[in-house]
Each structure stands twice: as structure tokens, then as C-alpha cells.
Design a protein around this ligand. Structure first.
Ligand code: NDP
Length: 261
């Protein structure tokens, strides 16, 4: 079978994975961050040994940088302007996620399950292949693409999503004073936090919706679906957690989509 036929099968498999992920995450909450603490020890055992959280984040997110670059370079369009611009946008997000965000977290003494790190590492290889192979091999982007309505509107959404995501993560991280790494959860307040419990996830979902538009690609669409399938159930779990810990949590504050969910 030709590689392109395998590629389309891999895209469909990713959609199946997205729906299975959403279905499982409505029953089991991925045990990292606050849900590590909340989980009973018997369920934590299922997730096996842990490693330092910062190292885990760098390790699991970094394939989106190096592996994507490797796959992109092998494509026949890899030296064309538009594919290179699109790759830079993808890597802008992951330079922050893999190399900046982990060093901003207040993570002293925090751990993450090695199983979660391994799953995310493999996902980033898989997704990196799907995105990069589309950009530099199976997709076709004329130079005029940078003036197309899809690229312009998608880039605006991508930028708005990334700014929201980085801003909301910064607010959350700064809720803890240095030395409060263990526990020390607070109720975030103000601006988008008065509408949703997890504006960082709203920003991330918006970003990949923008990516789907600006690349106008099946790979971008599938990644957007996967991100929503992963983050919406987690946002719902976060909101449930806030309601159980903070009696003053406003009932009108949704999980991830203002006024809706
Ligand atoms: P969280 O919102 O759970 O946590 C973000 C950071 O803020 C953590 O360091 C957390 O500490 C801290 N924090 C959160 N809430 C509070 C609070 N109420 N009081 C004090 N500190 C708080 O996000 P995630 O860890 O799940 O994700 C981090 C980033 O990764 C996000 O930007 C997310 O969008 C992105 N991501 C993307 C995915 C995708 O599918 N594309 C999947 C998963 C994450 P602690 O760790 O101790 O809880």
C-alpha cells in the first residue's frame, strides 16, 4: 500500500482515538496535577511509577519539535515558503509548551506518572507525523495562501487562542506563592476566569481550531477534534473539583465554553 493510503488510515484512527479518549476521560480523570492528589492510592498504583513533573513535560512534549522537524524535512515541499511558515507556527506553540512552560510551573517536589509521559510522547510522535507530512508532502500551498481568508482568519484565532492559553496558565501558576508547591490550590478570579473554570483549555482548543482553519487540512481538523476530546472532559473534571473544594464557586461559571459548557 502507498504511504498516502496509510496516512489517511492513520487520520481516521486518530478520530477513533479522540472519541475513545473522550469516552474514557468522562469515567477516569487523567491522574496529573490536582487529580493526582485527589485520586485514592489504589487507583494511582494502576498508573505505575512517577518521575519529576518538569522533566516529564519536557520529555513528552519535545517530539512535537524534533520529530516534526525531521518528518517535515523529508517532504518534497519542505523548502517552500508557505509550508515553512505553517511549520513555524506549529513550532511556536511547542517551543513554549516543551521548553518554556515546564520551567514556569511551580513544580518543586511534583511528579507525573511515567505512563502518562509515555502515552503523550507516543501521541506527539503520531501527531507530529500527521501534521508535518501534510505540510510538506501531501498538502499543496501556493504562495497566495498567506492572503487567503482561511489563513488570515485561522491565524487570528490561533494567535488569540495562544495568548489566552499562555495568559491563563500564567495566572494559574502565579496563584501559588513560592514554596506553596504542595497543595495550595486557590480559586482563580477575574476576566475570563469569571466565565469559565479553565480558560487555559479554552485558549488551547481555540488555537487548534485556528490551526485547522489556517492549514485547511484534514490533519489540522483531526488534531482540533482530538484536543477538544481530551481537554473538554478534563475541564469538566476541574470544574467539579472546584465546586467540591470551594463553596463560593459561582454556579454560573462554566467549565470551558462561556455560558454553554
Ligand atoms: P492545569 O490548569 O491543571 O494547571 C496549569 C498549572 O497551573 C499547573 O502548574 C497547576 O498546578 C497550576 N494550577 C492550576 N489551577 C490552580 C489553582 N486553582 N491554584 C493554584 N495553582 C493552579 O493545566 P494542565 O496541567 O492540565 O495543562 C497545562 C497546559 O498544557 C495547558 O496550557 C493545557 O492547555 C496544555 N495541555 C494541552 C493538551 C492537549 O491535548 N493539547 C493536553 C493537556 C494539557 P498543579 O500541576 O500542581 O495542578
Amino acid at each position: 500500500m502507498e504511504e498516502e493510503q496509510w496516512y489517511w488510515k492513520a487520520l481516521w484512527l486518530n478520530i477513533i482515538l479522540a472519541f475513545s479518549t473522550a469516552a474514557s476521560l468522562t469515567r477516569i480523570t487523567a491522574p496529573y496535577g490536582r487529580h493526582t492528589q485527589a485520586a485514592p492510592s489504589s487507583s494511582l498504583d494502576v498508573w505505575g511509577p512517577s518521575m519529576p513533573a518538569r522533566d516529564g513535560w519536557v520529555l513528552m512534549e519535545s517530539p512535537a519539535l524534533w520529530f516534526t522537524l525531521l518528518v517535515f524535512s523529508a517532504g518534497k515541499h519542505s523548502s517552500e515558503t508557505v509550508p515553512l511558515v505553517l511549520l513555524r507556527l506549529f513550532q511556536l506553540h511547542y517551543t513554549h509548551r516543551a521548553l518554556i512552560y515546564p520551567f514556569r510551573m511551580r513544580s518543586r517536589g511534583k511528579t507525573i506518572s511515567i505512563a502518562i509521559v509515555a502515552l503523550s510522547f507516543v501521541f506527539n510522535i503520531y501527531n507530529g507525523y500527521l501534521q508535518a507530512r501534510w505540510l510538506s508532502e501531501f498538502g499543496t500551498y501556493p504562495d497566495t495562501w498567506l492572503r487567503s481568508p482561511q489563513f488570515i482568519s485561522g491565524s487570528l484565532l490561533f494567535a488569540a487562542g495562544m495568548v489566552t492559553n499562555v495568559w491563563a496558565d500564567s495566572v494559574l501558576i502565579s496563584l501559588r506563592k513560592p514554596g506553596e508547591e504542595r497543595g495550595g490550590y486557590k480559586l482563580p478570579q477575574g476576566w475570563l476566569f469569571s466565565l469559565v473554570a479553565c480558560p487555559n483549555y479554552s485558549g488551547e482548543i481555540l488555537e487548534w481550531l485556528g490551526w485547522a482553519l489556517l492549514t485547511w487540512s484534514p490533519a489540522g481538523l483531526v488534531f482540533f477534534i482530538f484536543t477538544a476530546a481530551n481537554l473538554i472532559p478534563r475541564a469538566v473534571a476541574h470544574r467539579r473539583w472546584y465546586v467540591s473544594k470551594f463553596p463560593e464557586f459561582p454556579a454560573s461559571r462554566r467549565a470551558v465554553i462561556p455560558f454553554v459548557l
